[in-house]
Ligand binder design. Structure first.
Ligand code: PLP
Length: 406
């Protein structure tokens, strides 16, 4: 198979244009394996639901992708439901559980204040559907205590939704401990593993529902999956067809699913590579060391278990969004908070929930290196950041975040 010249090599995914891309928590470049698989999928003619040879070809491709995704999700192939991305997987998990719950009403759902808005808004929708919602606060490190989950459980709790790792801070939650507490009470656990899939193992989490999204692990955008453990009852949100065991109507995105599965297989390969594992930590250490040169910085989430790929730092006296814009001009791609809320003046709901004052939250920037980020790249990025901070601080209060009156 041939590729357009801009297609990255397997080991060297790149982003369009020059610069240093440290925004992998927002999205990752598509790896060569995924590009190959998507291109192959584009030449599959049939509809997986059709009862002829062309349909069989599409169905076979879909089912072998399901098996590959099951390896990532640590479940049986039959437990994998393909979705249009992480947000849809989250919505199906939360609202689908609430809609399917029978017996005592109203049902109760527990989530946390640091969830991605895909989960928080799904909980808001579940509330509109009649569910009671409890939102747990994390500690100052952004960590959810399983004992807080235990205290919040009620006889009518049907679902607890706590993310595996946070998209802004990278803090990893104690999902298997939370699963034990939730199952003791007879409820289900959903975890949004969008930020962890392909970076750390999803084996042994114990969650009944697990969301992942291909574009965070070097697959295409707009495709994801939800693990639905055997016996879990869900109502479909998208109706009108029996695809995906009746849980998600609509002709499957065959090229997208093939690309996601290929990216998952490549990610699993990296998970088993000790050299890659060591590299992730080395890159973070160099990045942090370089940023410390700016002086007067605070690492948000410090002290909690954390993904090495996500480093959230507040720089005193500097607005995070201003710094992001200045760095963009210098070819450094980073985010202030989550990419989904870029442009908003509200301090991050995640950092605010951690008890971080608004002024410090507004000075936060997220650096998220990826699989092929080199030590040289983060050293250069840190040096340019320190330089930019020096200039912004010299401007005085004009470039600084103002105290919040909110
Ligand atoms: C933790 C988390 N959940 C869900 C999503 C949404 O995923 P998608 O962009 O595939 O809808 C994201 C994307 O940023 C995320 O970081």
């Amino acid at each position: 198979m041939t590729h357009p010249s801009s297609v990255p090599s397997p080991s060297q995914p790149t982003v369009g244009g020059p610069g240093i891309y440290l925004d992998h928590a927002a999205t990752s470049p598509v790896c060569r394996e995924a590009v190959d698989a998507v291109l192959g999928g584009m030449s599959i003619t049939g509809n997986p639901s059709s009862r002829h040879e062309a349909g069989d070809e599409a169905k076979d491709a879909l089912e072998s992708s399901r098996t590959q995704m099951a390896a990532l999700l640590d479940c049986a192939a039959d437990d994998v439901v393909f979705t249009g991305g992480g947000s849809e997987a989250d919505a199906l998990a939360v609202c689908g559980t609430v809609l399917a719950a029978d017996g005592h009403r109203p049902v109760h759902v527990i989530t946390s204040a640091i969830e991605h808005s895909a989960v928080l808004e799904s909980c808001a929708m579940a509330h509109e559907l009649g569910a009671e919602i409890t939102i747990l606060r994390p500690d100052g490190r952004g960590w959810i205590d399983p004992e807080d989950v235990r205290r919040a459980l009620r006889p009518n709790t049907v679902l607890v939704s706590v993310m595996h790792a946070n998209n802004e801070t990278g803090v990893i939650q104690p999902i298997s401990d939370i699963a034990a507490v939730v199952h003791e009470a007879g409820a289900l656990l959903h975890t949004d593993a969008v930020q962890t899939a392909g970076k750390i193992s999803l084996a042994g989490l114990g969650a009944d529902l697990v969301s992942v999204s291909a574009h965070k692990f070097y697959g295409p955008k707009g495709v994801g999956a939800l693990k639905v453990a055997p016996g879990v009852r869900l109502s479909p949100l998208i109706r009108g067809g029996s695809q995906e065991r009746g849980l998600r109507a609509g002709t499957e995105n065959v090229p997208g699913v093939l690309g996601m599965a290929a990216a998952a297989a490549a990610a699993l390969h990296h998970l088993d590579d000790p050299a890659h594992q060591a590299h992730r930590h080395t890159v973070r250490a160099h990045l942090l060391k370089g940023l410390e040169e700016a002086g007067d910085i605070a690492v948000n989430g410090e002290g909690a278990p954390c993904l090495p790929e996500t480093l959230n730092v507040s720089f005193t006296g500097v607005r995070g969004d201003t710094l992001v814009d200045v760095l963009a001009v210098h070819g450094i791609c980073v985010s202030a908070g989550s990419a989904c809320h870029a442009g908003s003046d509200e301090p991050s709901h995640v950092l605010t929930a951690m008890g971080i004052p608004a002024q410090r939250a507004r000075s936060a920037v997220r650096f998220s290196p990826g699989r092929t980020t080199t030590v040289d790249a983060v050293t250069t990025a840190a040096a340019r950041t320190v330089d930019a901070i020096g200039k912004l601080r010299a401007l005085g209060p004009a470039g600084a975040p103002q105290p919040s009156h909110a």
